[in-house]
Design a protein around this ligand. Structure first.
Ligand SMILES: CC(C)(COP(=O)(O)OP(=O)(O)OC[C@H]1O[C@@H](n2cnc3c(N)ncnc32)[C@H](O)[C@@H]1OP(=O)(O)O)[C@@H](O)C(=O)NCCC(=O)NCCS
Length: 195
């Protein structure tokens, strides 16, 4: 298994690896059809075995403080994507991609890494095992069905009927929101110092 920089010929393999890795997670319906291109500099790594992309890690980073990251002091790198193909998980691919990315990040003078993830316990365990600390969280709330939609959305457009909606909730009454709506995820911010 080789860990190397992403190149544009990897795009289809990258998209397939990402969608398969996310199927079992709270991000199961977050599907990309094209790999995003970053406005700021980025560390983009893939893990390759038998010509197949089996892991991916994208970190977009600050060249000025608080351009990309929001929470830490100094220059940060934001993990936008980290995934290991489900047939290759728990073999150290994730941690080895991270180690390589951390070395590059330190060489570029970054002070910390930031990551946001939902409430899949096993993914949170990976962040903790990899040396990250939870610093913050808020809720991702999905509204589906008439009952849920009517509680939060009113439209003046009589020809439109809202079928689905998604919102961020950063208020104090998380328990109430969790009891009112069926699909609610805690979105957690993790940080790791590179010093
Ligand atoms: C997070 C992820 C990238 C880790 O990749 P990986 O290559 O399997 O992880 P590693 O082999 O480096 O680390 C394994 C460790 O992570 C944790 N872990 C990973 N999968 C786990 C599982 N299914 N159950 C429990 N712990 C798990 C454990 O601490 C494990 O250590 P252990 O095997 O000694 O118990 C992978 O689980 C994944 O692709 N998840 C889905 C995508 C995702 O949610 N990404 C983050 C959101 S942006």
């Amino acid at each position: 298994m080789e860990i190397r920089s992403y190149n544009s010929n990897d795009e289809v393999g990258w998209l397939r690896c990402r969608v398969l890795s996310f199927l079992d997670t709270a991000y199961y319906d977050n599907v990309l059809k094209e790999k995003e291109k970053y406005e700021n500099p980025a560390i983009e790594l893939v893990a390759v075995e038998n010509d197949q992309i089996v892991g991916l890690l994208d970190i977009e980073y600050d060249d000025k403080e608080k351009t990309v990251c929001t929470k830490g002091e100094g220059l940060g790198g934001m993990i936008w994507h980290v995934a290991t193909h489900p047939d290759y998980q728990r073999r150290g691919i994730g941690i080895n991609m991270l180690k390589k990315a951390e070395q590059i990040a330190k060489d570029k003078g970054l002070d910390y890494l930031e990551a946001w993830t939902r409430d899949d316990d096993w993914v949170n365990q990976w962040y903790v095992k990899s040396g990250f600390e939870k610093v913050n969280s808020y809720l991702h709330v999905f509204f589906e069905g008439n009952n849920e939609i009517e509680k939060v959305i009113k439209t003046n457009e009589s020809k439109f009927k809202v079928i689905q909606a998604f919102a961020h909730y950063s208020g104090d009454d998380s328990d109430h929101i969790k009891s009112e709506f069926k699909r609610v995820h805690e979105c957690r911010c993790y940080q790791k110092s590179l010093k």
